[in-house]
Ligand binder design. Structure first.
Ligand SMILES: [Zn+2]
Length: 324
């Protein structure tokens, strides 16, 4: 029951500025992504063809209705495509959202966009509607620092130069950077998926540190959205979802990176209403425990609980990863 007046809403744990807090995520229903070539993206299933300012207003108002903001420090506005593409979300709609956010207690607001639609001018305009103490976090789907994986396998159409320009815009507008990093793109084994994600995180932190900006890495353990090329591969038996032990290993290794910025890891736990039940998982004995621990990690950034997790299937996973 998709409705042009309802944004999908979820609240989840988040660690921000030294505190355990929460984020409210409103997945705005907007027109389809104009690019729409990525092989694993299911956001088209969340799009609405005829979205106007009036719809965005209603989606926002319905989204915040009944929410207790006393322990929410951040609001996220993913869309079906790019927040800063004027043809997907009008400047009036963006300005409406930011002026509403300025009335909330939240410290930061996250929006996602392809680099091609992002300009410093647009971000400055947004900031004029926020309070001076509120921060914009600009998010981009980098997915992998490997050009072949990013642009051939996933068809992101994003060069490293494009990503670095995105980071420049963050620096020049005092915004923070959030990079989405895919865990286990098609063609990668479980062991290669660990290497790819850790190297990608290292690249993100290096680019951010060179510019003196704050960055976070949002790992996305793969899931299978409907009506995507990835789904076709999955149904043909050509793709296997990663184990959650892979994600835990990636978190551990990322924290050890020389470039690492403190408390800057987030793990997307399939809460965008796109995955059905086909997402990264472990065995039935440990899965719910591990999922809960990962969700909790987002709020605490404390690795020790993840390290204490064990299960017979972890031994199997270790053999597979070491054996490859
Ligand atoms: Zn298990």
């Amino acid at each position: 029951m998709k409705n042009d007046y309802i944004a999908y809403k979820t609240i989840s744990a988040l660690y921000q500025d030294g505190e355990q807090t929460n984020r409210l995520m409103l997945v705005l229903r907007t027109p389809p992504c104009e690019y729409n070539l990525c092989t694993m993206c299911g956001f088209d299933n969340n799009a609405g063809r005829n979205i106007k300012l009036q719809n965005i207003k209603k989606q926002y108002q319905n989204g915040i209705a009944g929410v207790n903001f006393s322990d929410i420090r951040r609001i996220d506005f993913p869309t079906a495509g790019s927040f800063y593409n004027d043809r997907e979300l009008s400047p009036e709609s963006r300005n409406y959202l930011f002026s509403e956010v300025s009335k909330l207690l939240v410290d930061s607001v996250m929006v996602e966009t392809r680099i091609h639609y992002l300009t410093e001018e647009k971000v400055r305009e947004s900031k004029r509607y926020l309070r001076g103490d509120q921060i914009i976090e600009l998010a981009i789907g980098l997915e992998s620092a490997d050009d072949n994986i990013r642009n051939k396998v996933l068809r992101k159409g994003l060069s490293k130069k494009g990503f670095e320009k995105f980071a420049d815009i963050c620096r020049n507008t005092d915004s923070q950077l959030l990079a989405y990093v895919m865990i286990k793109s098609p063609t990668l084994t479980e062991a290669e998926a660990v290497e790819d994600a850790v190297q990608t995180a290292d690249y993100v932190y290096r680019i951010a540190n060179e510019r003196g900006i704050k960055a976070r890495v949002a790992f996305k353990p793969m899931f299978i959205p409907e009506r995507t090329e990835l789904e076709a591969q999955y149904l043909r038996g050509e793709y296997q979802l990663p184990k959650l032990w892979t994600t835990i290993e990636i978190i551990k290794r990322t924290i050890e990176l020389a470039n690492y910025q403190p408390n800057s890891i987030f793990v997307g736990m399939f809460d965008e209403d796109l995955s059905g039940n086909r997402f990264s998982s472990n065995c039935n004995n440990c899965n719910s425990k591990v999922v809960e621990a990962l969700k909790k990690f987002n709020g605490t950034q404390d690795l020790s609980e993840l390290e204490r997790l064990s299960c017979e299937c972890k031994t199997e996973w270790e053999q597979e990863v070491r054996g490859e």
